[in-house]
Design a protein. Structure first.
Ligand code: DGP
Length: 112
């Protein structure tokens, strides 16, 4: 499968790793939109939020268990934003489920 984030997880493409466990890999976004901009991905390939189901949702839960740990290690003590873009209208550019964690400043009140 020709998936950029699968290649990053496999170490075939370099990334700035922030966190890793059995299920989850997190790394710095190459085009940061905030002082802290981390991408968190499942190690198994799930294309997008629209493909989350009863078979794979336990892996997605692992991402949300990792987020507070990552936020703490990144010093996001005053809050942060978690976003996933899905499909064409959501402007998803990489077709491997990922959650953006943005913080380190007061973020915009608009999301769309
Ligand atoms: P989205 O638009 O939600 O699909 O976000 C994809 C993000 O992935 C975007 O913010 C830029 C980031 N990105 C794309 N290619 C690479 C890469 O090769 N390395 C890293 N670290 N981030 C990437």
């Amino acid at each position: 499968m020709d998936c950029l984030f699968c290649k990053i997880i496999a170490g075939e493409i370099p990334s700035a790793k922030v966190y890793e466990n059995e299920w989850v890999y997190a790394f710095r976004d190459i085009q940061p939109q905030a002082p802290v901009h981390v991408l968190i991905v499942p190690k198994v390939h799930i294309c997008c939020a629209d493909a989350i189901n009863a078979e794979n949702s336990a892996t997605v839960a692992k991402i949300f268990e990792a987020i507070p740990e990552i936020a703490k290690s990144e010093g996001l003590t005053n809050g942060y934003r978690v976003i996933t873009n899905c499909g064409e209208d959501g402007c998803q550019s990489v077709k491997h489920l990922h959650f953006h964690v943005l913080g380190g400043k007061k973020l915009s009140e608009t999301m769309a």
